[in-house]
Design a binder for this molecule. Structure first.
Ligand code: PEP
Length: 250
């Protein structure tokens, strides 16, 4: 079954100690008791188990921010998809720009991570998006096609795949593409997914990059936008919930 819309996911990045993280998770849980859509939070790895335990009976799903492609082995500092699942995670983000561009992850590595996540029973949140230089050079479409072709995990279905379009230049900057640009990109991505997966038309397609309570309604009103991947604004329960509500979530 495709994910209930809107799909609003919060990437906490490297933020949160135990007390704050559990308090934030608790505030969201209280709000989400009867949530009709899909809400998820992605705490730092140190908090996945504790937050997943806190939200064990919640409508809010918990995920990891990254995983290693291997199941286990000599990979100091890394965490496998199976370990995330064992800690209570139900999803994992792969290909976030802070890893693609900050840490030099390739499309092939992102694809392998996504496939490991599917094998471990996790839902994959695949991030793609062009840099500012690529945007200015008019390469947005070509970059997205290359990233989708290179990093879409084999075997993915709409039930366990979310694709987030996150222009790198919009992440954490307060800048976003125009609504017309987001609409055009999402319509293109919808077509690209439909051409690559049997149920590609059903895959939840999120926009990410400086989504805030005051722009969320306009962005999520766009037809091919099924929700949002939220960074900074997900660290505050009221802001995160406002974004979810702006997308039609109750
Ligand atoms: C992100 O990091 O995925 C993100 C969208 O961040 P922000 O909302 O802070 O731009």
């Amino acid at each position: 079954m495709p994910l209930a819309r809107p799909v609003v996911l919060g990437n906490w990045k490297m933020n949160g100690l135990r007390a704050d993280g559990l308090a934030l998770a608790g505030r969201l849980d209280a709000r989400a008791a009867h949530a009709s859509g899909t809400l998820g939070i992605f705490p730092p790895a140190t908090l996945v188990a504790a937050v997943a335990q806190r939200l064990a009976r919640s409508r809010v799903l918990v995920g990891g921010q990254d995983c290693h492609p291997a199941e286990s082995g000599a990979f100091t500092g890394s965490i496998s998809a199976a370990m995330l699942a064992d800690a209570g995670a139900r999803a994992v983000i792969v290909g976030h720009s802070e890893r693609r561009h900050g840490l030099g992850e390739t499309d092939a590595e992102v694809k392998a991570k996504g496939e490991a996540a599917l094998a471990a029973g996790l839902m994959v949140v695949l991030c793609i998006g062009e840099t500012e230089a690529e945007y200015v050079a008019g390469e947005r479409h070509a970059v997205l096609v290359r990233q989708l072709d290179g990093s879409l995990p084999s075997g993915a279905t709409a039930e366990r795949l979310v694709v987030a379009y996150e222009p790198v230049w919009a992440i954490g900057t307060g800048r976003t593409p125009s609504l017309a640009e987001i609409a055009r990109t999402h319509a293109e991505l919808r077509g690209l997914l439909a051409g690559r997966l049997a149920d590609g038309a059903e895959v939840a397609l999120l926009y990410g990059g400086s989504v805030k309570p005051d722009n969320a309604a306009d962005i999520m009103a766009i037809e091919a936008v099924d929700g949002a991947l939220v960074g900074g604004a997900s660290l505050d329960a009221d802001s995160f919930w406002s974004i979810y509500a702006a997308g039609g979530g109750t």
